[in-house]
Write a protein that binds this ligand. Sequence first.
Ligand code: GRF
Length: 208
Amino acid sequence: MASLIPKPRKKLVFLASGRGSNLEAVLQVIQKGKIPANPAFLITDNPEAPSIQIAARHNVPTKILDWKSYSKKEEYHLDLLRTLEEISPDLIVACGYMRILKPEIIRAFRNRIINIHPSLLPSFTGLHAQKQAFDYGVKIAGCTAHFVDEGVDSGPIILQGVIKIEEGMTERELTLAILKEEHKILPLAVKHFCEDRLLIKDRKVSIL
Ligand code: GRF
């Protein structure tokens, strides 16, 4: 009789610089036992990030690499690479991480870094994506969970969440609606990764 052997849980590292609502969304789903993952560490560049408290509430330790304390910024990126190599995670989840990852890190963890971005990529890359979309006057906005490559918000798309912009919607309402959607698609993208369901071919991601 065939028996099901559970697959090993994936080791996760989170990168976050700020509020941490996406971090919390993922940790909550892990805690409910719905993602086969062990959250190993949060790494932050900001010692005042509220994300640190969120991680602590979920018993996830934080490593702080204080961006401001590095007079030579290359040293920060080297330390980040060293720290990541030491932990050796299966997956890195960037959730509100405000630095651009250096190519060395992307190479070392190719197709093992997921980011959440608050626009329907490839539109509105970079900062203040919700405002960019709102000011442009698009009728459909949303968010994207994607693998990170050497470009800015340009890696293979895993999932997207869509928000219809209704007449009279404010930028703030749009930003909140997008964030709510982020909290759904990021945990789902992480879950698919941890269940070995993501296949990347010619930059297209299939969910098996
Ligand atoms: C989110 O809007 C995310 O898409 C973007 O930064 C914001 C982080 O929010 N990359 P939070 O820290 O997860 O609450």
